[in-house]
Design a protein around this ligand. Structure first.
Ligand code: ADP
Length: 399
């Protein structure tokens, strides 16, 4: 593309005056020369058309930029018709002219045609005014080829991105449907198993039978929890895992959870302590998800801590966040293990403490905590225990 701004037009030298000029004539000549200079060296193509009622506009004059951009010799341009240099269909050109005749000025996008039939997109700013007894149309056409090319490229990229997004959404939708159907199939037979196990626990008297019924019930509950975790994890991976946050009073929730997990800790002779602030403001969280996170961390603490160990739940306000923690005096983790624990399906097999987990618990905790606007991290030392910390936003910001 020719860079029209880089090319300057010099006017021919002034002819020697044949008769002495008056001051007025000299001022007029200099003014004319100045405006001619401006006209030909403007950054945009300029066209001056004569408008006659009922006739198509006729070009009176164009500037150098116009001639260069359209590939004509400047002297050949006067007398050209609108249809010689524009690609606009006649009806469209007529409508534009009618609008201009009414408003006397206007700015619009159009396309010019070069002498080689190439199309140049332009933004045209037009004015109609009278010059003596002539009505003229002045059109300044700015070349917007670069902008149009960028717009085209952007639009192509947008269309491509849109297509990919739609395909991805359809794929995610299919997977969500499949996972939902799979979970339904897996959970349906579990429901009567859990209900019957629970009923047996209430009816049976014999110690051995009670133990067996307890095993069935806990096993079925455990399986259900894992299926739910798997479904959540699959949703998280597909980016469709949702949380519904609202103000939650955390103290009763922690007391309730402690009561729920106590029996399983008792079985391993583990102690459970609560070290929580006396008054904790409401936090903004999804209560069910919060339970799920804490249960996951508490289960891990119990699982990876030997008999007689200590587990502590902490809750302390820290600025605009509540910091919760689960500490254990268990086996802790080596730096190598620590590097992987938030990766899906990572789990450490230990002969002393068999691990029946799937290795998605912590990944899921992280997803759920992040969705609620919090962070999760930990401190751990091999053989000395671990603390898992996470934060949740307070419901009301306290500066
Ligand atoms: P899993 O369901 O297998 O426990 P997690 O994602 O919850 O999966 O944990 C991943 C791994 O992180 C565990 O297999 C274990 O090696 C380690 N881990 C998690 N919590 C603790 C803990 N409290 N003490 C020691 N190791 C832990």
């Amino acid at each position: 593309m020719v860079d029209i701004n880089k090319q300057r037009v010099d006017l021919p030298p002034e002819p020697a005056a044949c008769a002495p000029e008056t001051d007025e004539q000299r001022a007029l000549r200099q003014s004319e020369r100045k405006f001619r200079m401006l006209f030909h060296n403007a950054g945009d193509a300029i066209f001056l058309w004569e408008l006659r009622p009922g006739e198509p506009p006729v070009l009176i004059e164009a500037n150098e930029v116009a001639a260069r951009r359209l590939g004509y010799r400047l002297g050949d341009m006067p007398g050209m018709k609108l249809s010689d240099i524009t690609t606009a269909p006649p009806e469209e050109a007529a409508a534009t002219l009618a609008r201009l005749a009414r408003d006397k000025h206007g700015t619009f996008e159009s396309t010019l045609r070069t002498c080689e039939n190439a199309v140049v997109p332009v933004e045209i700013s037009s004015h109609i005014f009278n010059l003596g007894d002539q009505t003229v149309l002045l059109s300044v056409a700015r070349d917007i080829s670069r902008r149009k090319a960028e717009e085209l490229k952007l639009n192509e990229m947008y269309q491509r991105e849109k297509g990919l997004r739609e395909a991805l959404e359809a794929e995610i939708g299919k997977r969500v449907d499949f996972t939902r159907a799979l979970v339904h199939e897996l959970k349906t037979p579990l429901t009567p198993l859990i209900a019957s196990g629970e009923a047996l626990l209430e009816i049976l008297q014999d110690e051995d039978e009670l133990r067996l019924a307890g095993n069935i019930f806990r096993g079925a509950m455990n399986l259900e929890r894992r299926i739910n975790d798997l479904l959540d994890f699959a949703r998280g991976e597909m980016g469709v895992l949702k949380v519904r946050c609202q103000p939650v009073d955390i103290t009763p929730l922690l007391l309730d959870l402690a009561a729920e997990v106590s029996p399983q800790f008792d079985r391993k002779n583990q102690s459970l302590e609560l070290e929580i602030d006396d008054t904790i403001p409401l936090v903004l969280a999804d209560e069910d998800r919060l339970r799920q996170i804490l249960l996951n961390l508490l289960n891990n603490a119990g699982k990876f801590t030997p008999r007689g160990g200590e587990i502590t739940i902490g809750a302390h306000v820290d600025g605009k966040m509540l910091q919760l923690s689960v500490t254990d005096t268990g086996r802790g983790m080596s730096p190598e293990e620590q590097a992987h624990i938030f990766k899906p399906y990572y789990r450490v097999e230990d002969d002393a403490e068999p691990n029946d987990g799937m290795g998605i618990g912590l990944t899921l905790c992280k997803m759920l905590i992040n969705l609620q606007g919090g962070e999760i991290w930990f401190q751990s030392e091999k053989g000395r225990g671990s603390t898992f910390f996470f934060t949740l936003p307070l419901a009301v910001n306290r500066e």
